[in-house]
Design a protein around this ligand. Structure first.
Ligand code: SF4
Length: 694
């Protein structure tokens, strides 16, 4: 426990780690944080916290923080510290030079799910209004973009349906491709409380996670599927529900499109979608699929929670739609205790999507080609906007290698470490003429940058984050920004250097603009957030205090739409050369690429990534516990130490991805979701062999 002295005052703010969005009191002595205390009135956490939010905030003042702007003309040159004015003028000059030489569409920007809603909104505004194109994307591309697509297609809104508290009304909880015990610990504790009260648990996961069996909690069914077969399992569950008449016919008749239901029913009832027919593909015994389907369908309230184990696949969007199909077919959407709930990873990944970070959508998930919507933004921003969707992140990399995309503004995201197929990413970045990185540390991406603009941590800014339950909470500045500017002020200054002045005195004015332009945010203001503590969008004239549960009387899209979910095998196939399937996940004490947690005492608990391998696969290869092993895929190779465990099934290996030296993404491939390009991080065919200590 970090105890630095007696606090003089406290400030209520929001954790900057995961999508639970816990509320904390930052206890302060002058400008120094003494301790972070979970806020008992926090709407998402009710006074609870985890080891990250409570203890891992020291990175904010770590000695590695870069607090001065820096430039260099070539990435082989040393960095040169310069004034803010010189750095911003250099970045703006390079961006305009590139556009003059290669065209208006030759530059773009990446927003950050670590930053606030207001900062994210400003980056997409900068790209659309000052760059003059729609080349803006976000790290949600590589995590929950299939959620945005799949839930919009089926239910009509790109967000989860429930509050976290809703789980306390659930009778059956189905957790698919998620390990909330490690990734969303405070919500996992709440879920376990409900399970201890008697709710039943179904886990669908290739690995035996802490959710499957923990003190006082044991899953009724663990469908231990082969990686890459979610769609086959979900469709087989639907087959059982429909063939045994376990669906909610009245709900479907009242709430859903008749024709789409009939088409879907005929599809799922095909013999090839039965549990028996799919057992060989999924590896899940048919009897277990039948049992799980019956348990979920018979529940008074059945709630589904899912994570990146669903979305980060070649069929990520299909699996999301399959999950929504299951919930609609059983009448499990539109009240407390049920629903379809994506467990969002980063603190503000829901918010970065809401704020228009995708190249085809303006804030509030409105398509850029919608003339009426676009004209509202044009009037407010005083510019003419391009009606054409811009480049997605992977398309930016491809265009860089073609020579048509040469400049990138990257705020608060380490794309070199976090995106798949590192060699492809670094080749693309090396081909660009100007990369501007805005971050709190010199991350892996900064090695390819020409301009470094020092960013600010969550303690140095005002703003809002939106968590996985659509809850907007205030982030409050507790100390001045170490660099002199909060991130939103840097983006404003860059816009001005580009000749597009933005006039804001405080982030509350940015939120006022968001509220004016975004129907689901019409009722949001800092005054209301301060008064009520938090608000769940939609918050507008119809719901002035926000919306804890969505789709109550009707779906946002009107009638719920069933979508056919035809399974196809992952392009990542095992072969004699690559006979194992690698899948990835997180651990409790570290966070994502580890930029923050690795610079805290949390390293004591987990200081390296490990490769989990089944005893049978280890024995075949002569691998002993803690041995160093080489892992090779079609994309590349890396070295880790082995943990031999039955948590993974034979034929499957697993690693976390928190340490750059482990290079997990050196081996992940370019395979991606058909609808959104979300990378297939969860399935990589590999070979594993013992190697000498590197
Ligand atoms: Fe922070 Fe998430 Fe932990 Fe809450 S559960 S303290 S939001 S990391």
């Amino acid at each position: 426990v970090i105890m630095m002295g007696q606090a003089e005052h406290s400030v209520i703010t929001t954790c900057a780690y995961c999508g639970v969005g816990c509320s904390f009191k930052a206890e302060m002595k002058g400008n120094e944080v003494v301790r972070m205390v979970p806020h008992k009135d926090g709407h998402a956490n009710h006074g609870h916290s985890c080891v990250k939010g409570r203890f891992a905030w020291g990175y904010a003042t770590h000695q590695d923080r870069i607090t001065k702007p820096m430039i260099r003309s070539r990435i082989t040159d040393p960095w040169r510290e310069v004034s803010w004015d010189e750095a911003l003028a250099y970045a703006a000059g390079e961006f305009r030079r590139i556009q003059a030489k290669h065209g208006k569409d030759a530059i773009g920007g990446i927003t950050s799910s670590r930053c606030t809603n207001e900062e994210t909104y400003l980056v997409q505004k900068l790209v659309r209004a000052a760059f003059g194109n729609n080349n803006v994307d976000t790290c949600a591309r590589v995590c929950h973009s299939p959620t945005g697509y799949g839930l919009k297609q089926t239910l009509g809104e790109s967000a989860g349906t429930q509050s976290f508290d809703s789980v306390m009304q659930a009778d059956v909880v189905m957790v698919i491709g998620a390990n909330p015990a490690a990734a969303h610990p405070v919500f996992a504790s709440q879920m376990k409380r409900r399970l201890r009260q008697g709710a039943k648990l179904i886990v669908i996961d290739p690995r035996t996670t802490e959710m499957v069996k923990s003190p006082h909690v044991e899953a009724a069914y663990h469908l231990k599927l082969r990686p890459g077969t979610n769609v086959a399992v979900v469709t087989a569950l639907a087959h059982v529900i429909m063939s045994e008449g376990l669906h909610d016919a009245d709900y479907i008749a009242q709430r859903c499109e008749t024709q789409s239901f009939e088409d879907w029913k005929n599809f799922v009832l095909r013999p090839e979608n039965s549990p028996e027919a799919t057992e060989a593909v999924t590896g899940v015994p048919a009897a277990e699929i039948r049992g799980a389907a019956r348990l979920y369908a018979a529940a008074g309230n059945g709630a589904i929670y899912y994570g990146l184990g669903v979305t980060e696949h070649a069929q990520g969007s299909t699996a999301v739609m399959g999950i929504a199909n299951l919930a609609m077919a059983t009448g499990n959407v539109g009240r407390e205790g049920v629903g379809v709930n994506p467990l969002r990873g980063q603190n503000n990944v829901q918010g970065s999507c809401d704020m228009g970070s995708f190249p085809h959508e303006l804030p509030g998930y409105r398509h850029i080609s919608d003339t009426t919507v676009r004209s509202q933004f044009e009037a407010e921003w005083n510019v003419e906007l391009s009606p054409h969707p811009g480049l997605r992140l992977p398309n930016m990399f491809d265009a860089a290698l073609d020579g048509s995309f040469m400049g990138l503004y990257c705020e608060g995201e380490d794309i070199v470490q976090s995106d798949p197929n590192t060699q492809h990413v670094t080749a693309a970045l090396s081909a660009m003429e100007c990369i501007v990185v805005q971050d709190i540390f010199l991350n892996e991406t900064a090695k390819y940058a020409h301009v470094f603009l020092p960013g600010s941590s969550f303690l140095e800014k005002d703003g809002t984050f939106t968590n996985a339950e659509r809850r907007i909470s205030r982030v409050r500045k507790v100390m001045p920004p170490l660099s002199g500017k909060s991130d939103w002020e840097v983006t404003v200054a860059l816009a001005e250097a580009l000749g597009y002045p933005m006039d804001y005195r405080h982030p509350s004015e940015i939120m006022d603009e968001i509220a004016r332009l975004t129907p689901t945010f019409h009722g949001v203001s800092y005054e209301k957030l301060d008064r009520l503590g938090s608000l769940q969008w939609p918050c507008n004239e119809d719901a002035p205090h926000g919306t804890p549960t969505m789709h109550i009387d009707r779906f946002v899209r009107g009638q719920g739409r069933f979508i056919i979910t035809q399974f196809f095998a992952s392009p990542e196939k095992v072969t004699r050369r690559y006979p194992l399937l690698l899948t990835t996940g997180r651990i409790l004490s570290q966070y994502n690429v580890g930029a923050q947690t690795r610079r805290t005492h949390n390293n004591r608990w987990h200081a390296e990534d490990r490769l989990e391998i089944h005893p049978q696969d280890a024995e075949e290869r002569g691998i002993a516990q803690d041995d160093w092993v080489g892992i090779e895929s079609r994309a590349g190779q890396t070295v880790l130490r082995a943990t031999i465990t039955e948590r993974v099934q034979p034929g499957v290996v697993y690693t976390t991805f928190h340490f750059p030296e482990s290079g997990a993404n050196v081996i992940t491939t370019d395979s991606s979701d058909w609808a959104t390009n979300c990378p297939e991080y969860k399935v990589t065919a590999v070979q594993v062999m013992p190697v000498a200590q590197p």
